[in-house]
Design a protein around this ligand. Structure first.
Ligand code: 7MF
Ligand code: ZN
Length: 954
């Protein structure tokens, strides 16, 4: 027998792919290696064979949509019993299982990972591990079962050592769970797939002093003092749900209480659980929740369906939040806010995320996904719903600009790279990697286009039919579209391509006008670049919203040839072919076309508008989105021109027409202040990077700063005046009007701080010191952090001193330094990784320091030396041992390496190769790195050293 002494020994064994056996009673030290979690197995009673290496070596198979089969078994009821202990929690599960008819004779295969199986009984009879069942790294298989039976399973799990933050884990001394997508299988053996829906009863036993609060889904039915220092709580959830919506929380938390009475008069208790010292930061989240509940009743006719709605805030959380039925778990960043700790942007994000999770109660929980390929069914629709809620809460124009910015800076770039995939993907290796901006944000755009095509009333009819028809079911995106079709008698078969074809379509529009006949022609052509696995595309069904403007900016009637009368205002043209011509008649003067109003489709528009036409639209278009868009295209043109010119020319003066339009916007009184601030914000470096081939991030950065500076120089007095006009009067408030005023004021400040002017700097320091709200303080500190001056050091130190006890504010301090444009930033970031408050175990902190540097600071991250790339790889490999999901997101930054100029390409590629070659890589990171490099590894070829479960700390 061979002896393996180290992790590397074992991983080389796994690479061999040979069958092998390991016994837990061997005394070579392997057992302890196993237990510290590198490997793949569970430690079984002595003599029990564990698993074969051919399995462990990871035939990392992709999962395919085309392979979907309904489950062989149903689980009607689940009784869960937890005995809480950080080191070892005992989980008892009683499952009522029913065969689905055709399943007779098929084995029951339950999912489970990293579980210590203690016992298993079928209809009360204890099963024998030698002959009645098999266990491997990911499954429990019972070959022979009756048609209907009860299964009792006892497992032991180890929450304190769970650094993946999936399944049951400990955050700040409290227990919580995260089960989406496949985390429930880390709690007990189960059919952990969304089309298995069961009723849950959950009993929790825990120490009464340490864990006075015991929560799960549904309604509380019992609380008992066990008399031995422990207590027990029982929760019953009457709604059948998939396992990914299960949640449990146990801890010592403050409860902030409120109430909501539904439209039909049912009272609902609203409970928000936070650490005691945060009880004063829940007001905004609670108000947002009530607003969201009301909005869903008014706009979608959807009411809440339990007696209690609970939200728990935790500091350690992989994503934003989770919609577990009746018990949402939130990253505390999306709950906690006080004027002195949170910015206006934070307030807005809280409102959106609270609404998003609440809206899932119908779009996700009552109607859920058949399989994870349908993820956009709930996510695209729910993002659309939270976007509409946000638009109603503030200003439609500003909300649309923000959403389009997210789409263009993230989704368009994803769609243009090796990770491009359809809104409904066809395959995946690790589902956690498919919670993407394509599934979420493009998915929301697809829902929005349905509304554009069938109108607001028709859309509501379709949504009503969808909820009614599929309540309590697990369905597909096709079912969603079918409801829209059936409720409106329309055919959306071509529209369905938006779900199956990846890539961002390009729409080219040309025009011609004949004054004598009054005929105006729009010639429209669509193309779509190829994406991985999809070399050729069919034309999409695209809603193109347009208006024709006269020389005063008034909307002319749009009357297509053959029509009796025209439509004044926005008109939605429906594109279906590769090339189409729209002939407008009775056009009495040559109009300026306002195209793709409101961003009616997620496409790249190419038109032949001149700069002066764009300036006209920037000043006159009645659609606020199009005004903003005209300004963005002008600014992007300027910056890209500068960035591609030689250095010497980079001080050329700005186009005076553009400066005039800019000045007019600054003083405009027909736009609200938040919108003015949006229009005057130059396109971001990452959006610009999507427009430059190949990308030179440093040149883009320099060009953008140079335009900022020129504008600041030319408009210094105007900017100062607008700054002073908008300094807060009276107390702080977060109403849209005050938020708009602050955003415009702080935009002026950021321009003025480009001037290196002592008067301005003193003003900035004053705002930092006197600021009574985090919005103003951060705006001032951000400007200071970008300038090498002694005020910078002092301000950063003062901020740290004041806020070191508030983790969310400390995250801002880390992020601000990581995004500074100063040349020493990487060195400072490296030093900050050794700061006592820095830890790789907290995802928010990792995102604040490392994530911000790698995604929010393109000029420094893409330093020509490659030091930024090496830093990313170093950190990602360390994080991967703790939390593969967070590591994979970070590695995704390198996936666009082919877009950069040759030198950077090679440097990025080298780091990807280094990551891929690292031992014991997670499935998550392996999939991203291999797909980024375009290698076949992720397609299911055998590969070595890939672990299937995360490392547990020993
Ligand atoms: C608003 O979608 C928009 C998107 C999954 C986790 C929350 O409710 C969610 C969860 C990820 C990425 C983005 C969001 C969420 C998740 C999110 C949150 C608020 N079901 Br991963
Ligand atoms: Zn969601």
């Amino acid at each position: 027998m061979q002896v393996w002494r180290s992790i590397d020994d074992v991983s080389s064994l796994l690479r061999t792919g040979l069958a092998w056996t390991c016994y837990s009673d061997c005394d070579y030290g392997i057992t302890s290696t196993l237990r510290c979690g590198f490997l793949i197995f569970q430690v079984q009673p002595a003599g029990k064979r564990l698993m074969t290496a051919s399995r462990a070596a990871g035939k990392e198979r992709a999962v395919y949509l085309k392979d979907y089969r309904p489950p062989d078994y149903r689980i009607d009821h689940v009784h869960l019993g937890f005995s809480m202990d950080e080191e070892s929690t005992q989980v008892h599960a009683r499952l009522d299982v029913v065969g689905n008819g055709v399943s007779l004779g098929r084995p029951l295969v339950l999912d489970g990972r990293e579980l210590d199986l203690k016992s298993i009984a079928l209809d009360g009879r204890r099963l024998n591990p030698r002959k009645d069942y098999r266990v491997d790294a990911e499954h429990l298989t019972i070959p022979r079962v009756p048609g209907r039976f009860t299964l009792e399973i006892e497992t032991e799990i180890h929450p304190r050592n769970n650094t993946t933050l999936m399944g049951l884990y400990v955050s700040g001394g409290n227990f919580c769970t995260q089960c989406e997508a496949e985390g429930f299988r880390k709690i007990t053996y189960f059919l952990d797939r969304p089309d298995v829906m069961a009723r849950y009863t959950t009993t929790i036993v825990a120490d009464k002093l340490r864990y006075p609060v015991l929560l799960s889904n549904g309604n509380p039915v019992e609380r008992v003092d066990l008399g031995d220092g422990r207590h027990r709580a029982t929760w019953v959830d009457p709604h059948p749900k998939p396992s990914y919506l299960f949640a449990l929380v146990a801890g010592d938390l403050a409860c902030v209480e409120d109430q909501f009475v539904t439209r039909s008069g049912r009272p609902v208790l609203l409970h928000m659980y936070v650490q005691h010292h945060n009880a004063d930061k829940c007001g905004h989240a609670m108000a947002s929740l009530k607003k969201a509940m009301q909005w869903d009743e008014c706009v979608f006719g959807r009411e809440y369906d339990l007696d209690i709605y609970q939200i728990v805030a935790v500091d350690d959380f992989n994503m934003g939040a989770m919609e577990n039925k009746g018990l949402n778990v939130f990253n505390s960043v999306y709950v906690l806010a006080r004027p002195d700790t949170a910015t206006d942007a934070d307030y807005q994000a809280i409102e959106r995320v609270i609404a998003h999770e609440y809206f899932h109660n119908w779009s996700g929980n009552r109607v859920t996904c058949r399989d994870w390929f349908q993820l956009s069914l709930k996510e695209g629709f729910t993002v659309f719903r939270d976007q509409e809620f946000g638009a109603d809460a503030t200003s439609r124009g500003v909300a649309r600009v923000q959403d389009v910015n997210v789409l263009r800076t993230h989704q368009f770039r994803e769609d243009a790279g090796p990770m491009a995939h359809p809104v409904r993907p066809e395959s995946y290796v690790e589902i956690n990697n498919f919670y993407t901006t394509t599934v979420y944000n493009k998915g929301a755009e697809v829902v929005r286009m349905l509304k554009e095509l069938i109108g607001a009333d028709g859309f509501r009819r379709g949504a009503d039919l969808y909820f009614e028809r599929h309540d309590g079911q697990a369905v597909t995106t096709d079912d969603f579209v079918k409801s829209m079709e059936d409720a409106n008698g329309v055919n959306l078969s071509q529209f369905r391509l938006w779900y199956s074809q990846a890539g961002t379509p390009q729409v080219h529009i040309g025009r011609a006008y004949d004054a004598r006949s009054g005929i105006y022609i729009l010639h429209v052509r669509q193309t779509c670049p190829s994406t991985p696995g999809q070399p050729r595309k069919e034309p999409f069904h695209i809603p193109l919203a347009i208006a024709l403007l006269d020389d005063e900016g008034r909307e002319l009637p749009v009357r297509l040839m053959g029509e009796h009368s025209g439509v004044v205002g926005t008109r939605v043209l429906q594109l279906r072919q590769t090339e189409e011509t729209f002939v407008c008649v009775s056009v009495l003067q040559e109009p300026v076309p306002s195209l793709l109003r409101g961003f009616s489709a997620p496409v790249r528009l190419q038109s032949d508008l001149s700069d002066s036409e764009r300036c006209f639209l920037l000043g006159r278009d009645g659609d606020p989105f199009s005004r903003w868009e005209a300004g963005q295209q002008l600014a992007a043109g300027l910056i890209l021109n500068l960035a591609t010119q030689s250095r010497k020319q980079s001080t050329q003066p700005l186009n005076p027409q553009f400066v005039d339009a800019f000045r007019a916007t600054l003083r405009s009184n027909d736009l609200d202040k938040a919108m003015i601030a949006q229009v005057l914000t130059l396109p971001s470096e990452s959006y610009l990077a999507d427009l430059m081939v190949p990308v030179d991030p440093q040149a883009l950065h320099d060009a953008r700063v140079s335009v900022l500076r020129s504008l600041a120089q030319t408009l210094r007095d105007d900017l100062l005046a607008v700054y002073r006009d908008n300094v807060g009067r009276g107390g702080y408030s977060v109403d849209p009007e005050s938020v708009g005023r602050r955003s415009l004021k702080n935009l002026c400040l950021s321009y003025l701080m480009e001037l290196d002017d002592p008067e301005v700097r003193a003003m900035c320091v004053g705002q930092f010191q006197r600021g009574d709200n985090m919005t103003d303080v951060m705006a001032a500190l951000r400007a200071l952090a970008n300038n090498d001056c002694h005020e910078r050091r002092d301000a950063l130190a003062a901020f740290h001193k004041k806020w070191q006890g508030e983790p969310l504010v400390l995250d801002k301090w880390f992020a601000l330094q990581a995004t500074s444009r100063l040349p020493q930033t990487l060195a400072e970031v490296k030093a900050l990784t050794r700061h006592p408050a820095f830890t790789l175990k907290n995802p928010n902190r990792v995102r604040a320091l490392i994530g911000s540097f790698c995604t929010g600071n393109p000029a420094r991250f893409h330093d020509r030396s490659g030091s930024g790339y090496a830093f990313l790889a170093d950190q990602a490999l360390k994080i991967d041992r703790l939390n593969p999901q967070v590591a994979a997101r970070l590695v995704g930054v390198l996936s666009l390496w082919r877009k950069y100029e040759a030198r950077r390409q090679a440097l990025m590629k080298r780091q990807l190769e280094r990551i891929l070659a690292a031992p014991a890589l997670s499935r998550d990171v392996h999939e991203i790195a291999s797909k980024s490099l375009g290698s076949a590894g992720a397609k299911g070829k055998g590969r070595g050293g890939v672990r299937r479960r995360s490392r547990r700390r020993s």
